[in-house]
Design a protein around this ligand. Sequence first.
Ligand code: ATP
Ligand code: MG
Length: 436
Amino acid sequence: MRLSRCLIPTLKETPAEAQIASHRLMLRAGLVRQTAAGIYAWLPAGLRVLNNIARIVREEQDAIGAQELLMPTIQPAELWRESGRYDGYGKEMLRIRDRHDRELLYGPTNEEMITDIFRQSVRSYRELPQAVYHIQWKFRDEVRPRFGVMRGREFLMKDAYSFDLDHAGAVRSYRQMMLAYMRTFQRMGLKAIPMQAETGPIGGDLSHEFIILAPTGESQVFYDAAFEAIDYSGGNFDHASDSDLARFTELMTTHYAATDEKHDAAAWQRVPEPDRREGRGIEVGHIFYFGTKYSASMGFAVTGPDGAPLHPEMGSYGIGVSRLVGGIIEASHDAQGIIWPDSVAPFRAVILNLKPGDAGCDRLCDELYGRLGTEVLYDDRAERAGVKFADADLMGHPWQIIVGPRGAAAGRVELKRRASGERAELSVDEALARLG
Ligand code: ATP
Ligand code: MG
């Protein structure tokens, strides 16, 4: 895309309302604009990041056999009355009446709705286990929406639901999902650590939060650096192998990791000093096993192998897709701006034309742009070089291809890696080869 024709409204000044780095940078880099408290419009570059994150989430859900579907944002209140959560949910739930005076709500989560869909469609134990997920907007009328997309009121979540015939099956689904989560976060360049969590209003036994370190996090967290050294890829753990899942679970539960509520000072002292990681943490995902809570309360049963009705065992698994955009920036930025990991960057590279109107620069930039396609941004604006450098660092493109008049005359460009600051003067072919 040509930057001169893009809705990427970068800001030189720091917006006064933004208290944390990711919020400041998301506004300054032109990724989002707030339209009401805790509600954001995703501008083109921001949406590209959001879509890249959603794609990684989707690929890892698909890889463990979860099926994608799409449930609506608006739900009937009756479903929530069945599970008994309608009144309990309180003011966080946005309640709506339609023209026939029917009670609706904007979904904060989807356990009731998915249980209803399964009870209408799945009748026999032979049809289970199954897991489904969707990536859909949620609304929670948070008392204090803040930190930009980190705690919004409208936000994008991946929520998955598993249905199993017995406890052992549900535990297996839970472990597979945990493995998929570690892979998902690893691919985004994040060190997300699973920590035992309270089960909260959703109920249940097994529950983990996935937490990344960031100075503005809402809780204090402690973990063993051993988590960071583990390779979660398919080469190391096969999600379909019970022994691999057992080995994975062993690793996830023996190394120390805890939020302040569950912190055990004595156990912490046993972690070798250089391996102690401590700081504020942000929750980017949360998984729960809650047994038959919804299947029993909402009357969802399948015919079991012995002919008797059986309430499936369920789990639910959330990832804050829009929160991750902020979370990744918290984990990866410097004084100049964002440093996007390649896997989620809105553009793979930016071409900086330092002298638009110079025949050599224009020709070389056009050639690069033609060869690289729409995955790159072409800064063709009539701006000073200094402005372009600053904007490129602010926007955080993994690579900058810098084209100035002297180099262009010799057919050479400068290639800069945003993360390391490394620069090299190269021919066009060499530069393209480096980009891969
Ligand atoms: P929190 O403890 O941060 O309020 P939660 O426990 O209420 O979150 P879950 O119901 O577990 O959240 O939702 C799953 C995921 O959705 C969370 O791990 C988080 O990443 C994301 N999420 C929850 N609330 C918000 C919000 N207000 N804005 C953005 N993302 C959110
Ligand atoms: Mg939670």
